[in-house]
Design a protein around this ligand. Sequence first.
Ligand SMILES: Cc1cc2nc3c(=O)[nH]c(=O)nc-3n(C[C@H](O)[C@H](O)[C@H](O)COP(=O)(O)OP(=O)(O)OC[C@H]3O[C@@H](n4cnc5c(N)ncnc54)[C@H](O)[C@@H]3O)c2cc1C
Length: 460
Amino acid sequence: MEKRVKILNTLKQIFDKEDILVDNASLETYSYDATPFLKGEKPLVVVFPRNEKQVQELVKFASKENIPLYPRGSGSGLTGGALPTKKGIVVSFEKMNKVHFIDEEELVALVEPGVITYNFQKEAEKKGLFYPPDPSSYKYSSIGGNIAENAGGPRCVKYGVTKDYVLDLECVFADGTLTNVGSKTIKWVSGYNLKDIIVGSEGTLALITKAYLKLIPLPETRKTALFAFEKVEDAAKTVFEIFKSRVIPSALEFLDEPSLEAIKNYVDLPYLKDEKIKTILIVETDGYEEGAKKDMEKCISVAKGNNAIDIIFAKNNEEAELIWKARRSLSPAIMKLKPYKVNEDIVVPRKKLVDALKGAYEIAKEFNLLVVCFGHAGDGNIHVNFLYEEGEEDKVEKAVEKLFKYVISLGGAISGEHGIGLTKAKFLPLEVKEAYYKMKDIKKALDPQNILNPGKIFLF
Ligand SMILES: Cc1cc2nc3c(=O)[nH]c(=O)nc-3n(C[C@H](O)[C@H](O)[C@H](O)COP(=O)(O)OP(=O)(O)OC[C@H]3O[C@@H](n4cnc5c(N)ncnc54)[C@H](O)[C@@H]3O)c2cc1C
């Protein structure tokens, strides 16, 4: 009790009154993120810094008093990354949400971590510029959270993930050092690339207080189409052959038969009525009109050559939106099938897509679970959703472990997007092997007291 009073008294010297939350309802709220059915420890307090100096003072104090800090963006993480694991302070970056500038000559922008990704994209688009990273949560997740998770989305198949757009970061390290870890130049090779170690470090190595981001010209146009198949093998073959035909689509999404069944129960989409349709691909190409059109023609010809039973080409934005509606309806549609789900975001080399899917179906059968698979086929990233009833948690856990071991045996990874956080910490050594100890060495060197987001990525 005395310690809590001391903590609050110090925080009042760093933050304004309205930037400190201690009421029970708020503390309860900040012990959750978007990870289904997982609650963290109730924090002692939630603070909302407005500038990097406050973050620095806070970290110096936490380091002196050995208090855990839990950085948080919008709380949309799916692996418990922002959840407190011990009594400590949640550092919410919601109020550090300024776009400082967008430089149309250098094609860069300086933003604060709490900026919502979609809002930043819209600001850039007004100037004819493009910030491609597009996690499906982009309308509410933050740039800081995206950087900490190295988030990706449908467009990453062509444009890369968040790290490819981060040039420089201003960070506060666990000892209170406030410094930049990248460069304002498009290329640089001076010393260790600390910036790329901070990207994807899930708040365990430093708190990000500013990001200097790369922008590219906004593509002139987008072409969208849906390819429907009777056999999953034909859809998978279409995926490889699109790349073989030297087209890199700007999105290439895959939905399996159980996904389509779930959507049909949830929303009425005219193009899914044919009973023969068992799998669909949603394909997008972009660029200049001529190039995007030519790329799409090549994709259509590949799909025809692989027995597509229906091809729908969107003639305008409205029709494109209708095609994307299938993909966007998936999350709520799935939740109508069973009360609980785990969504694993495994990733395999593209050539192993069919193997990964077959493995997921076999594992689901072995454990008598319903499974729904969909995702970013273009980069081999499949969301495997095991759906279950209350009381089936143990078998789901076993199914997940078996899935991870299988994916690793295919040369894949246990997470393509959502990170390790709390929920996958125990599985990380299975994949990264000896590198696990090198990762731990980095953590110990930069945060010897383990005050930054303890319990995430590592089990200590
Ligand atoms: C419906 C849905 C769809 C999703 N789709 C995708 C997808 O397509 N692709 C994808 O990659 N992810 C996806 N996600 C997961 C999630 O949205 C991303 O991981 C996102 O990047 C998290 O951003 P956030 O601002 O919500 O961060 P939070 O969830 O608040 O935090 C995530 C991690 O970042 C750390 N962090 C946050 N801010 C900072 C900071 N300033 N400094 C240091 N560390 C910080 C936290 O400690 C935590 O470890 C989805 C989530 C949902 C709910």
